[in-house]
Design a protein around this ligand. Structure first.
Ligand SMILES: [Zn+2]
Length: 238
């Protein structure tokens, strides 16, 4: 019995030693592994996406029922899109993480304020050497019947068109979404970016049914997943 205890004691010591060695090994390995992973992602294989949640701060974008703001939905979907992209190793930068704008104090004039704000977002993308620029918005009309997502690219930019087609292709797979196609548009932000750029209008705030859906997490998830899939496909087919 006594001998058993001794043996058991010895076993305990050697087991503890084994565990310590094992843990050290795992730690060493994980440091090495993370280090090597960082090297891989640091090469030119790493794509950078500038995701722009349209409007923000002083500028609410479209408004419905007095307190439903486009800027809030844009930001929610932009963040979700980022969450869907990051696991695939694509670097994502948001032009804003909260309800803010980039207009300095004292600047007046609707047009001037808008231009300063947009120019800042464009310069963020240039500074970050982003491969693409994706601006997320919600549409609105006076009539209120129109619905569905639309993706716009700037005339003449084949790469932008390609990106828009990839995104729109995924958006129309969402149940209940009408089959609009990617189309050219003459918008300041896609016209003045140096990288392929698109504007995704995820739906219509003016349409009662779509407005209700656009405020729901499950629907925002579907839209964000579609945008992310379109972006990943664009990079894959490059
Ligand atoms: Zn907008």
């Amino acid at each position: 019995m006594r001998q058993m205890v001794v043996i058991f004691g010895k076993n305990l010591v050697s087991m503890a030693a084994l565990i310590i060695v094992g843990v050290m090994g795992i730690l060493l390995f994980s440091v090495f592994w993370q280090g090597s992973k960082a090297v891989i992602t640091g090469t030119n294989e790493k794509f950078v996406v500038m995701l722009d949640a349209g409007h923000g701060g002083y500028d609410p974008g479209a408004i419905a029922e007095q307190d439903i703001y486009e800027k809030e939905i844009n930001l929610q979907i932009a963040k979700k899109t980022r969450d869907f992209l990051v696991p695939s190793g694509i670097a994502v930068i948001l032009t804003r993480e909260e309800d803010e704008d980039y207009v300095p104090e004292g600047v007046t004039g609707r047009k001037t304020k808008k231009q300063i704000d947009l120019n800042y977002r464009i310069s963020m993308a240039t500074g970050a050497k982003a491969d693409i620029f994706v601006s997320i918005h919600v549409n609105s009309t006076v009539a209120g019947k129109k619905s569905g997502a639309e993706t716009f690219y700037y005339f003449g930019s084949e790469e932008s068109k390609n990106l828009a087609v990839n995104i729109q292709q995924e958006l129309i797979k969402i149940s209940g979404m009408n089959r609009r196609i990617a189309k050219p548009g003459d918008f300041y932000i896609i016209k003045n970016t140096s990288m392929p750029a698109v504007i995704v209008e995820v739906g219509y705030l003016s349409n009662i049914n779509e407005r209700e859906k656009l405020r729901q997490t499950w629907y925002q998830d579907q839209v964000a997943r579609a945008i992310a899939k379109g972006i990943a496909d664009f990079f894959q087919n490059k």
